[in-house]
Design a protein around this ligand. Structure first.
Ligand SMILES: [Fe+2]
Length: 191
């Protein structure tokens, strides 16, 4: 049996080409590998492109911007950071650029911070809280997960402050006690 060896890239169609290009460069510290008026390829590692942006104003000049569909298609794309420090430092860097998340939540399996790009495409920046897939699977079959599968809201500023004070990341990654986090409307699961 053959399965893919990795996820290669995500391609977004947009009518905010310049704004999207700037956002992906900032957020992912991505570099533009190739750009023309219709398409741009960007990467943030040794993959030749992690993103392509298609300028729909070039491909389809007469068209109009659509709205993000609700209840169909991709909800979000998730990215795992190496550790909590890298995630929190990214949160801080983006906040200084005026880019803020719409949903910081501890899912139990992951500590996650969700963002939307200028078009509203969602992405999840996360760190894994489980040592491996077996531990994650065990958690997802636990009573705790059954009682609250969404997770608990977190405060990234408080986590960042504690991280800077030297609180061990193992401590900061423990899911806080609390009620199930409300799913914000920006997450697109309801109109
Ligand atoms: Fe996710």
């Amino acid at each position: 049996m053959a399965t893919p060896t990795k996820l290669a890239h995500v391609v977004y169609m947009t009518r905010r080409f310049d704004e999207m290009l700037a956002w992906y460069q900032k957020v992912f510290e991505a570099s533009v590998q190739y750009e023309n008026p219709a398409v741009a390829f960007l990467t943030y590692d040794d993959e030749h492109h992690r993103f392509a942006l298609l300028n729909m104003s070039a491909f389809d000049p007469e068209g109009v911007a659509g709205v993000m569909p609700i209840g169909v298609g991709v909800n979000h794309v998730g990215y795992t950071y190496a550790n909590l420090g890298a995630l929190l430092e990214t949160y801080e860097r983006l906040k200084q650029l005026g880019i803020t998340p719409y949903w910081p939540v501890h899912h139990g399996v992951t500590l996650s911070i969700y963002y939307r790009d200028p078009d509203g495409n969602r992405m999840e920046f996360q760190v894994d809280c489980c040592a491996d897939a077996a531990e994650a699977n065990k958690f997802m079959h636990s009573a705790a997960f059954a009682a609250n599968p969404v997770g608990v809201e977190i405060d990234p500023d408080a986590l960042l402050a504690q991280y800077k004070r030297g609180v061990p990341v193992e401590t900061l990654m423990v899911q806080p006690e609390g009620p199930a986090a409300p799913i914000p409307p920006e997450h697109g699961l309801s109109a």
